[in-house]
Design a protein around this ligand. Structure first.
Ligand code: FE
Length: 187
């Protein structure tokens, strides 16, 4: 039979275990919610590190409300703008190029170069996690399509004729991008 003291000891120990376990449980639940389906771990220029972001999913009508006709054609129908039509092609300002659909940071001015093709070109994305690729076998060629991993918006293609150090050329539609100057990123 338990003595009164022994009983109290057990109660205190049980309470301590319960209280100790509680924050772990809470943190665990939160971590689960953040890393659940639909959340992405991506780089944020504003935060200067990796963050968890929810995916952006919209239907056709919702996209049409927030995008211009040309942007919709490129981002949601894998269209291509005419070469040398984007003012971002010649942009040499320091800053970040975000997805025009969802605002995810995709490219940095640090990795931009003049490819002479007439489309904004980069030799790498701002972070590997911030860009998605898939094979594209249309137009009788094998190309690699590039898209935003957050909203799945089409951005352009990546080719292997780029400059060092990667040798890659991310050939991107200016209309699929939104440029944010360096001084506005933190603001
Ligand atoms: Fe996006």
């Amino acid at each position: 039979m338990l003595s009164r003291r022994g009983f109290m000891d057990r109660m205190v120990r049980a309470a301590a275990v319960f209280l100790a376990g509680f924050p772990i449980l809470t943190v665990g639940k939160r971590a689960f919610a953040q890393s659940g389906e639909g959340a992405l771990r991506v780089f944020s220029a504003k935060e200067g590190g990796y963050v968890l972001m929810d995916k952006v999913v919209k239907n056709k009508e919702e996209w049409k409300k927030i995008l211009t006709r040309e942007q919709y054609h490129i981002l949601r129908e894998e269209g291509t703008e005419r070469a040398f039509t984007s003012k971002l092609n010649d942009n040499k300002e320091k800053g970040v190029y975000r997805c025009a659909g969802c605002g995810l940071d995709l490219f940095s001015s640090e990795h931009k170069y003049d490819s002479g093709t007439g489309w904004p070109s980069f030799w790498q994305p701002i972070a590997p996690e911030n860009i998605g690729t898939r094979p594209d076998n249309t137009l009788f060629t094998r190309r690699t399509e590039v898209h935003c991993p957050r909203c799945d918006g089409h951005q352009g293609h990546v080719f292997d004729d780029g400059p060092k150090p990667t040798g890659l050329r991310y050939c991107i539609n200016g209309l699929a991008l939104q440029f944010v100057p360096e001084q506005e990123i933190k603001g």
